[in-house]
Ligand binder design. Structure first.
Ligand code: FE2
Ligand code: FE2
Length: 369
């Protein structure tokens, strides 16, 4: 669904609307042409008016009648006067964004819409330690950094990836995979949550398999980077609040090859990380993508990642499907014999079932309260 960008001077607003349009479907419209009934009440509207002029404010007030108050309004701040943010606040701004919005602001718009539609995930178990929450935030910020670096042709932030993998390992040693996943729930973007869930589960799984510290780190780095190709996809597609069409699925599937290309161009990441990015959707019977490789052509790190990746998608909530319990999701892995390495699926069982425990404990506590 298209986001509306309303302006008292569409010519002036063009650069900002175009920038947001890189990531989201945006429609620039003159404020005077705006007809409230045309707007879907659950989508935030971006508004660019001269917040220092009484004419702009009057035009806004005329257009946004009282029944429109519930609509989430996002104001562009031009920075010409210090009073602008106060004025935006007085007009009921749910969010203010800079004149040249960044990708992070586009993500916020998607998040606001998801929350308005009831798909946002909120509420976090107070038992989760603060350091686990900040470690997930560190991992989550990587995605924005990936985007900025890829878009500007800079090298990927290898030092930050290593630091995130270390924080991840520390968090899992000091707390548990269940707490890690609980902290992940506070993040609203599916794409970001998925990266954090896969990384947490990959690290917990390799620790459980008895891998040494450096091997756990290698696999964690692979997990952190496995979907890096998604930076080439529009956010509106990645976090689409509904089922994807077959054309959209085909587009999403290109992320594996894109990811490998980005990593190969960079030369700061090992062949193993490239292999994981390209092949984490391949299946042992050759029915996966992008290359349809099978059997021995699929490496051990990729086999681990495939299991963790599928499981992560199943236990996460999307707007069109509820989150599956860890047990249900694990049973699906068991049904995929021939496609996944079965010995590894068996070995994954305790990690998979541990993923459920915080939620189960909370439910038990609620039941006896
Ligand atoms: Fe993927
Ligand atoms: Fe993935």
């Amino acid at each position: 669904m298209t986001f509306l960008f309303l302006s008292d001077d569409p010519k002036r607003s063009e650069p900002a609307a175009k920038r947001l349009g890189q990531w989201l479907p945006m429609r620039l419209m003159a404020l005077e042409d705006y007809c409230p009934s045309r707007v879907h009440a659950l989508s935030p509207v971006v508004i660019d008016i001269d917040l220092t002029s009484q004419d702009g404010i009057k035009l806004f007030r005329d257009r946004f009648r009282s029944e429109e108050r519930a609509l989430a309004k996002v104001f562009l701040i031009r920075g010409t006067s210090r009073a602008e943010p106060y004025q935006a606040d007085a007009l009921g701004a749910a969010l203010t964004i800079p004149a040249l919005p960044r990708r992070a602001e586009a993500v916020k718009l998607i998040t606001m819409r998801a929350q308005a539609q009831g798909t946002g995930i909120r509420g976090i178990d107070p038992e989760v330690p603060e350091f686990v929450i900040s470690a997930t935030e560190e991992v989550s910020s990587l995605h924005d950094i990936f985007y900025e670096t890829v878009a500007s042709g800079q090298p990927l932030p290898r030092a930050q990836v290593i630091s995130a993998s270390e924080l991840l390992a520390e968090s899992l040693k000091e707390s548990s995979i269940a707490q890690w996943l609980e902290a992940v729930k506070q993040h609203n973007s599916y794409t970001y949550r998925h990266c954090m869930t896969v990384s947490g589960l990959a690290a917990a799984f390799t620790m459980h398999l008895g891998f040494g510290e450096s091997d756990v780190q290698r696999i964690s780095i692979g997990a952190l980077m496995h979907d890096v190709g998604k930076v080439k996809m529009p956010i509106s597609l990645l976090d689409k609040p509904g089922k994807l069409t077959s054309a959209e699925i085909a587009q999403i599937r290109t992320h594996a090859a894109h990811g490998a290309e980005i990593l190969l161009d960079d030369a700061h990441f090992s062949d193993e990380v490239v292999d994981i990015a390209r092949h984490h959707h391949e299946l042992l019977d050759g029915s996966g993508y992008p290359d349809g490789i099978s059997g021995r052509a699929i490496s051990d790190p990729v086999r681990i990642m495939t299991i963790v990746d599928i499981f992560s998608a199943l236990i996460d909530k999307r707007s069109y499907k509820d989150a599956m319990s860890a047990k249900q999701a694990y049973d699906i892995l068991l049904d995929m014999e021939g496609k996944l390495e079965f010995a590894l699926v068996r070995a994954f069982e305790p990690v998979a079932l541990a993923a459920q425990s915080v939620k189960r404990n909370v439910e038990l506590q609620a039941a006896v309260a």
